[in-house]
Design a protein around this ligand. Structure first.
Ligand SMILES: NC(=O)c1ccc[n+]([C@@H]2O[C@H](COP(=O)([O-])OP(=O)(O)OC[C@H]3O[C@@H](n4cnc5c(N)ncnc54)[C@H](OP(=O)(O)O)[C@@H]3O)[C@@H](O)[C@H]2O)c1
Length: 360
C-alpha cells in the first residue's frame, strides 16, 4: 500500500507562509454562462501575426462567426498559411484601417514598433480596442497605445496549437483577462471577456487579473519551471549519470523520455494524484529527495529571478538582446544542438519512429 510507506515529512522552509484555506471562497473563475458574447458580435477583428497564437485565435474566432482578417508585413511567409486556412490576410495597414478590434500577436519585441507603424491609420484610436495575449509590451516594453483606445489582455494559458485542438474538441484552455485602458463608454472588460469566450476559454475558465500580474507570473513560470528550470534540471541529471559511467541512452530514457507521462499525470491529477500512481520506491524517493534538489539555495534563486522580473531588469536585458540581433540566443542554441544529450535524444527518437533498428 503506497500510503503505508514510512517517511519523514521534510521540515517546512523558514520562508514558507501558511496558505489560508477558505472553504467558502468564491470561485474567481468565470464560465460561459457568466459571460455575455454580445460585445464582440458585429465587431471586425484584425489579428496581427499568424504564428502560434495568431493562427489559433483567428481560426477559433472565424469558427464562432466573428469577422476576422489577418494583418501581415509585406513578403510574410504567413500569407500562404492563412490562405491555406481560408482566413483573409492583407498588409497590416489595410487591416488596421478595416478593424475596430486590433489584436497584436506578433512576437513581443516587435509589438511596439508594429503599433508605431499602424499609428497613422489609428489616430487617437477612438471607437477601437487593442488586444494582447501577454502583458509584456504594456508592462515592460514601452508600448503606448493611442489614448482613446480600449486596451485589453486575453492571455490563454497554453500554446496556440493546444488551444486550437481543445477548441476543436469542444473544450478550451484557461485564460487571464485584464484591462489597461477603458475609455468612457467603451466597455473594454465586457469586450475582453466576450473575446475570451469566443476563443473557447470560458469552457475551461477565465480569470480576471492585471497586465502586470500576468506579465510577471507568465515570465516567472517559464523561467522557473516550464523552460528554464526544467531544461537545466534535465541537463544536470543527464550529465550526472553519464559522468558516473552509465550509458547515455539509459540516462536519456530515464531523465527525458519518461517526462511526458509524468507531466500528463500531473496535468490530469495533480502532484497528489500522481504520487498515488507511482511505485512505492519512486514515491519514497520523491518525498525524501525532491526537497534536497530544490532546497534553500534554489528557493533563494527563485526569489531573485522573480525580483529581476518585477524590477524590469529581465525585460531590459531581453530587449537589448533582441535589438542586438540575438547573439546570446544564437550561440546558446547552437551549443545546445551539439550536446551529447541532444544527439542521443535524436537517435532514440529516430529509432522509435522507425519501430526498428537504425540503418546506421
Ligand atoms: N506561443 C504561444 O502560443 C503563446 C501563448 C500565450 C501568449 N503568447 C503571446 O502571443 C503573442 C504572439 O506570440 P507567438 O508565439 O504567437 O508569436 P510568433 O508565433 O512568433 O509570431 C509569428 C507571426 O508574427 C509575424 N511577425 C513577426 N514579426 C513581425 C513584424 N515585425 N511585423 C509583423 N508581423 C510579424 C510573423 O510573420 P512573418 O512571416 O512576417 O515573420 C508570424 O506571422 C506574444 O505576445 C506572446 O507572448 C504566445
Amino acid at each position: 500500500m503506497l500510503d503505508r510507506v514510512p517517511w519523514t515529512a521534510p521540515s517546512a522552509s523558514p520562508r514558507a507562509k501558511p496558505l489560508s484555506h477558505r472553504e467558502d471562497a468564491i470561485d474567481p473563475l468565470l464560465w460561459e454562462g457568466d459571460i455575455d458574447p454580445a460585445p464582440l458580435a458585429g465587431r471586425r477583428v484584425g489579428i496581427f501575426g499568424y504564428g502560434n497564437q495568431g493562427r489559433a485565435q483567428a481560426l477559433n474566432l472565424h469558427d464562432q462567426g466573428i469577422a476576422v482578417r489577418v494583418g501581415l508585413r509585406p513578403g510574410s511567409s504567413s500569407f500562404a498559411r492563412a490562405e491555406a486556412d481560408r482566413i483573409p490576410a492583407h498588409p497590416a495597414l489595410e487591416v488596421a484601417s478595416w478593424a475596430d478590434v486590433l489584436v497584436l500577436l506578433v512576437p513581443d519585441e516587435h509589438q511596439a514598433h508594429l503599433l508605431q507603424e499602424l499609428g497613422p491609420v489609428l489616430g487617437t484610436g477612438e471607437g477601437r480596442a487593442l488586444g494582447f495575449a501577454h502583458g509584456f509590451s504594456i508592462t515592460f516594453g514601452g508600448l503606448e497605445p493611442p489614448s482613446a483606445m480600449g486596451v485589453f489582455l486575453v492571455a490563454p494559458c497554453a500554446p496556440g496549437a493546444r488551444m486550437r485542438e481543445a477548441f476543436e474538441r469542444g473544450g478550451g484552455v484557461f485564460a487571464y483577462v485584464a484591462v489597461d485602458n477603458d475609455p468612457p463608454g467603451s466597455h473594454t472588460e465586457a469586450l475582453a471577456l466576450a473575446y475570451a469566450r469566443a476563443l473557447g476559454c470560458a469552457r475551461a475558465g477565465v480569470l480576471r487579473t492585471s497586465f502586470r500580474a500576468e506579465a510577471e507570473v507568465d515570465l516567472f513560470g517559464e523561467q522557473a519551471v516550464l523552460c528554464g528550470g526544467m531544461h537545466a534540471l534535465l541537463k544536470a541529471a543527464f550529465d550526472t549519470l553519464v559522468e558516473a559511467g552509465y550509458p547515455p541512452e539509459m540516462a536519456y530514457l530515464e531523465c527525458h523520455d519518461q517526462l511526458v507521462w509524468l507531466a500528463a499525470s500531473v496535468h490530469a491529477e495533480g502532484i497528489a494524484g500522481t504520487r498515488r500512481r507511482i511505485s512505492s520506491t519512486a514515491l519514497y524517493g520523491d518525498l525524501t529527495r525532491g526537497p534536497r534538489i530544490i532546497g534553500p539555495e534554489s528557493r533563494a534563486a527563485l526569489e531573485a529571478i522573480l525580483a529581476e522580473i518585477r524590477s524590469g531588469g529581465f525585460a531590459a536585458e531581453f530587449l537589448d538582446e533582441m535589438a542586438a540581433g540575438q547573439p546570446r540566443i544564437k550561440t546558446a542554441l547552437e551549443t545546445a544542438d551539439r550536446l551529447p544529450m541532444e544527439e542521443v535524444g535524436r537517435r532514440l527518437r529516430r529509432r522509435a519512429a522507425r519501430q526498428g533498428p537504425p540503418s546506421s
